[in-house]
Design a protein around this ligand. Structure first.
Ligand SMILES: CC(C)(COP(=O)(O)OP(=O)(O)OC[C@H]1O[C@@H](n2cnc3c(N)ncnc32)[C@H](O)[C@@H]1OP(=O)(O)O)[C@@H](O)C(=O)NCCC(=O)NCCS
Length: 167
């Protein structure tokens, strides 16, 4: 791994970030993220979004929202543990995480996640987020977070995992 920097993403990064998202997700064929890339291109990243740079080139991005995990026990949610306690805590939802294809599987994604842990630990109690199974990357998440809930479709088939890390 080369020496990287992680910092809050700024409004002026919005074009580069939306290009990075499109490039990183091209293989997945999950078209809804084209829409997200479009939103970032138009409005810029959110307040807590982070970028990873290598020699001034943006090679990673993680979008966040200040919100708590859903604890309502609806049919499509298969909770793995009691999530009620998280209602009283301060949650941060990771929404979209990408590493540039040329830099994947080299440790940058893990380094990014570990950095977030330190950066947000005084302001939030946990970071969570759901991951569509079509990303086929749950092994990556299980190295850093634990699965707290499965999201099911109408045939009770898992369509996404909700993962969490306590800070
Ligand atoms: C998933 C992603 C963010 C991981 O970042 P990364 O820099 O490639 O991951 P790392 O190199 O830090 O990998 C750490 C470990 O996770 C594993 N891993 C990484 N990506 C994986 C994947 N897609 N599937 C399974 N395991 C994966 C690595 O093999 C490595 O294992 P090891 O420690 O045993 O060697 C990145 O590959 C990516 O942007 N993928 C495309 C978009 C995506 O899936 N985003 C997440 C949406 S929820």
């Amino acid at each position: 791994m080369e020496k990287f920097e992680i910092d809050f993403a700024k409004r002026e990064d919005k074009i580069k970030i939306s290009q990075l998202i499109k490039l990183s997700l091209k293989k997945t064929e999950i078209s809804s993220f084209d829409y997200v890339a479009g939103l970032i291109k138009e409005f810029g990243p959110s307040q807590y979004s982070l970028k990873m740079t290598l020699n001034k080139k943006i090679i990673g991005f993680h979008e966040f929202f200040d919100e708590n995990i859903n604890t309502r026990n609806i049919d499509e949610y298969e909770f793995k543990e009691d999530v009620e306690k998280y209602q009283q805590k301060r949650g941060l939802r990771g929404y979209l995480f990408v590493i540039h294809p040329d830099y994947q599987k080299k440790g940058y994604g893990s380094a990014f996640i570990e950095y977030e842990k330190l950066l947000f630990k005084n302001k939030f109690d946990y970071i969570f987020g759901s991951c569509d199974i079509r990303f086929n990357n749950i092994e990556f998440w299980e190295k850093h977070r634990r699965i707290i809930c499965n999201h099911l479709d109408s045939n009770k088939k898992i369509v996404a995992y909700e993962t969490i890390m306590d800070l």
